[in-house]
Structures are given as C-alpha cells and as structure tokens.
Ligand binder design. Structure first.
Ligand SMILES: [Zn+2]
Length: 255
C-alpha cells in the first residue's frame, strides 16, 4: 500500500524555532532543521518592504538603525548551549558552517563548508547528519562531489518543483526541490490537492519550506496563526505521515 508523507523543512536555527517545535510537538509532527554550526547565537535582522506585499518582497539584510523605512524582523540564532535541547527529537541537517553561497566558493571552501558542518552537527547532536539545504538555494551542481564525500544523502534546493512534478519523491535526492514555500498564496490550494491526491501505485511526498522569522511578518500570508492552521490541517489527516525529510526518504526506500 502506497503512503503519503508530509515534511517541514526549516532553515537557519532561529529563536522562532522554539515556538515552532512547540506547535509541531503538539501536533505530533516531525520536521527537519537545517543549521549552520558556525553561526550559533549570531544576531541579524531580515527586512522586507511592506507596501510591496510580502510574497513578492525580497528578504534583505539591513541595519534597522539605518533603514527606518523598512520593516524588519529578528533573525536571531539559538546559542550553541541551547540547540541540543531545543531540537530534541527532530532531524538535524546541514546548511554549511557559515551560510556560504556555494556557487561562489572555491572547491576547497565548498568541501570545508559542507564536511565541517556535517561533522560538527553530527557530534553535537549525536545523530547521523545525512541531510543538507543549499544557502540561497545555490551551488547544487558544483557541490555534488563534496556532498557525496561528506556522506550527505539528500540536499534541498530553495525552489519549488512546480505543478508538473505533482507530489512525487525527488528523482535526484541531491538536488531536491521543495513542494511549497509556506508563504505562497497557493499554500492551502496545494495542501488541498495533496489531501485529495490518492497514493495508489507510488508513495506521495510533500515538502513545506519555511524560515521561522517569516511568521513574525504578521502579514496575511505569513503569521503564527496561519502556521498553526497549516499544522492542524495536515495533522488532521490520518493517512498522512508527518515526519522528517530523512525519515520520509528512508521509508520510501530512496536512501
Ligand atoms: Zn538559510
């Protein structure tokens, strides 16, 4: 009997993740958190241009003391001495040591950013780190040898597979598209299509992508209530397994 898997994928290891894991635990949902081992405790801000509308506005880094016209949210990372407790029970995956743009790195830098992060996270969290997400979604092709050498089994992009891919498992786990970015206007329509889809001959897969700071936007398409609504909707379907990306790929027999 084919199955349906729903996974959450969160990046950057942010303070907002503490609230996220509470909601996930309440709903019995697994998830994958992509962390940067060299940036624990780091504090920056993410800005957006409110009057452009949140789905189209680019998230840009800025100094809130200099840019009073931009709205900003905290992009504060959880300190190293807290992360193991915060993420207990969830899958930890790599996101490079320093949130590097791998498309612009030398081969040596790419190897170090990936291998050192996987090693540091594995030993810190006491779990095999087999997942990865490309910072800025960049550098998938160039990074393949370094990913394979570090024992990474799947690597997530930052772009959607689009409708044509349906809810299929990724053909290439080392260049894995997401199904939906939660902030999309189509999130609930895409979810409904997944709820309605029947897993007949093959397993179905849904990967929802988010950064915790986006729920602080408090806009129509990104707020904490909407996040809880998404979780409630998914968790209310008994035929859907809500697990980490690594668990879904393993249960599907892909890794
Ligand atoms: Zn990131």
């Amino acid at each position: 009997m084919a199955k349906k898997y729903f996974t959450w994928s969160f990046d950057d290891g942010l303070e907002q993740d503490k609230r996220i894991v509470d909601v996930l635990r309440k709903n019995g949902m697994g998830a994958t958190f992509h962390l940067n081992s060299g940036l624990f405790g780091d504090k920056t801000y993410e800005g957006r241009i409110g009057n452009l509308g949140m789905t189209e506005a680019p998230a840009i880094r800025f100094d809130p003391r200099k840019h009073h016209l931009l709205r900003y949210v905290e992009h504060f990372r959880i300190p190293a001495n807290e992360v193991v407790d915060v993420y207990r029970g969830f899958e930890i995956a790599s996101h490079t040591v320093s949130h590097a743009n791998l498309a612009r790195c030398t081969e040596e830098e790419r190897t170090r950013e990936i291998a050192d992060d996987v090693r540091a996270l594995s030993s810190m969290f006491g779990q095999a780190v087999i997942g990865f997400a490309f910072p800025y979604g960049a550098g998938a092709k160039k990074s393949r040898p370094a990913l394979e050498a570090a024992g990474v089994r799947y690597a997530r992009l930052a772009t959607s597979a689009g409708g044509a891919a349906g809810f299929r498992f990724p053909r290439d786990p080392l260049a894995m598209p997401l199904t939906c970015w939660h902030i999309s206007k189509k999130t609930f329509a895409t979810l409904q299509a997944f709820f309605d889809a029947r897993a007949e001959d093959d397993d179905l897969f849904f990967l929802m992508f988010a950064h915790g700071y986006e729920f602080d936007f408090s806009t129509h398409h990104s707020n904490w209530t909407r996040f809880e609504r998404i979780c409630d909707a998914v968790a209310s379907h008994d035929d859907i397994e809500c697990c980490s990306i690594g668990e879904a790929l393993a249960r599907h027999g892909q890794i």
